[in-house]
Design a protein around this ligand. Structure first.
Ligand code: ATP
Ligand code: MG
Length: 449
């Protein structure tokens, strides 16, 4: 059966324009893979026998040139979209496991496909020639298999990022990794040391959010451990506690797979117990405890996330989630307000997500109670939010200006007074009402001086 791929009109136009000027042109790579799988491609890349200056002059479109003409990638803007158009090329020598020193333009698409990472990505298509598949990519898509084009050891040595791309594709597409490729990933894992944190992190986040992250994290802690060595002590670390039926790493992997597929949550789940091995004690019955592990996990996580060059908001938010993940105060208004003062409104439901994923990744002992408790917290949260209870300074019915008009001098005491007022309002000891708060402020001030 002839395989038919629906190319978008823009892509057809660009391919036709190049073809009409006597060049070969194809849609290539991930977009073909995704189309065959019935998925919506992220972007449509084009490859062509035209060299960069000819791409520019034949298309006559606004153009951005990436990595210089020498490397052969031209980005064109067309109908409000960007398309990467790359000249057929083979890569020269890789001396640093990162980038080829030079590229050579070639005229045959097959040669271009041979430099691509995995068979499922080494596919090209146009309406005249149909699918160009010289490495069995179509079969591998059908068999759901990630396999290097050519010798895995060589291909990973050329570019260490491919190690992460392999596990990322396996996780996101739900594919297996072919045996030789898998073995080579384990053997060559240290090559990741040559790759920048930014590039690794972007693959890691996709991997974590993939549908098959559970299998990949279970099978490849050694690979992740090359750039996050802090996870390695979790692997095989027995918890010796009735609440747990998995070692710390498998518990972590399960928590990641139970939580929503959103980067912040998946990252927080990955690191929520990373401090456990440092905090282990066994009591006289031989039961394991991990006192202080949320704080230790949060510290380690901040270090790791900074090193991974994650953005500050993700770092700050996951630190809060990790620190609070194991608190279990009674589901009362004031306890929820106290938690809200640390998380804010948006992050609180994410804390509940983490607590839930954590509970689901534990043994079945008391699981129903744990889940019921989390739902109680959620109800109280909704009530507290809808009744407008104050849980942060800006929600107090009084501010610094009010204190100044009542005769207080600006200074650091004023901050202490406001915080004390807030804490009494949160505890339900004071109503959030201006006159009462002003009076209480006087008393607090007197007690400070
Ligand atoms: P997605 O866009 O869904 O992340 P993709 O397969 O399109 O997946 P891109 O990073 O957009 O991935 O790369 C486009 C194509 O370029 C790939 O399909 C592959 O053929 C090739 N490619 C990308 N990175 C590499 C690499 N490091 N080594 C070899 N080939 C690569
Ligand atoms: Mg792509």
């Amino acid at each position: 059966m002839e395989l038919k791929i629906n190319l978008p009109e823009n892509v057809k136009y660009l391919i036709n324009k190049l073809t009409n000027s006597g060049y070969k042109a194809y849609a290539v790579g991930g977009c073909i893979r995704d189309s065959i799988m019935g998925l919506e491609p992220n972007d449509w890349d084009i490859c062509t026998s035209a060299e960069p200056d000819m791409i520019v002059s034949v298309l006559g479109l606004p153009t951005i040139i990436k990595n210089g003409l020498r490397h052969g990638t031209v980005t064109v803007r067309f109908n409000g979209e960007s398309y990467e158009i790359t000249t057929f090329r083979t890569d020269g020598v890789y001396s640093d496991n990162r980038r080829p020193e030079s590229v050579t333009f070639v005229t045959d698409v097959r040669e271009d496909l041979s430099r691509r990472d995995f068979t499922v990505n080494a596919l090209a298509y146009n309406e005249t020639d149909g699918l160009i598949d010289c490495f069995g990519g179509l079969d591998d898509i059908k068999n759901r298999m990630i396999r290097c084009v050519g010798d895995p050891d060589k291909r990973f040595a050329e570019d260490g990022l491919r190690l992460m791309r392999a596990v990322r594709f396996a996780s996101c597409l739900g594919f297996e990794i072919e045996e030789k490729t898998a073995q080579s990933i384990h053997n060559n894992r240290e090559l990741l040391k040559n790759i920048s944190a930014e590039r690794i992190t972007s693959e890691l986040i996709k991997l974590l959010c993939g549908r098959n992250s559970e299998k990949i994290l279970t099978d490849y802690p050694d690979l992740i451990g090359v750039f996050i060595p802090e996870i390695l002590p979790m692997v095989g670390f027995s918890q010796q506690n009735p609440h747990h039926c998995y070692d710390v790493w498998i518990h972590t992997v399960k928590a990641v797979s139970f939580i929503e597929r959103e980067p912040l949550l998946r990252i927080a789940a990955l690191f929520h117990d990373i401090g456990k091995p440092d905090c282990f004690t066994a009591d006289e019955h031989g039961t394991g405890h991990f006192h202080g592990h949320p704080k230790r996990s949060a510290e380690l996580a901040r270090d790791i996330m900074t090193r991974l060059r994650l953005d500050n908001k993700t770092i700050d938010d996951s630190e809060v989630l990790i620190k609070l993940h194991d608190l279990r105060p009674p589901a009362k208004d004031k306890n929820v307000r106290r938690l809200l003062s640390k998380t804010g409104k948006e992050l609180f439901p994410k804390l509940l997500s983490l607590k839930k994923a954590d509970a689901l990744a534990q043994s079945s002992y008391m699981r129903a109670e744990k889940l019921r408790y989390i739902e109680q917290l959620r109800k109280v949260y909704e009530k507290v939010i809808s009744s407008g209870d104050a849980y942060e300074l800006k929600m107090l019915d009084i501010n610094g200006k009010d204190l100044i008009s009542s005769g207080m001098r600006p200074g650091k005491d004023m901050g202490s007074v406001l915080n004390e007022l807030l804490s009494r309002v949160i505890e339900g000891e004071l109503p959030n009402e201006k006159q009462t708060l002003l009076k209480a402020a006087q008393e607090i001030r007197n007690s400070l001086s």
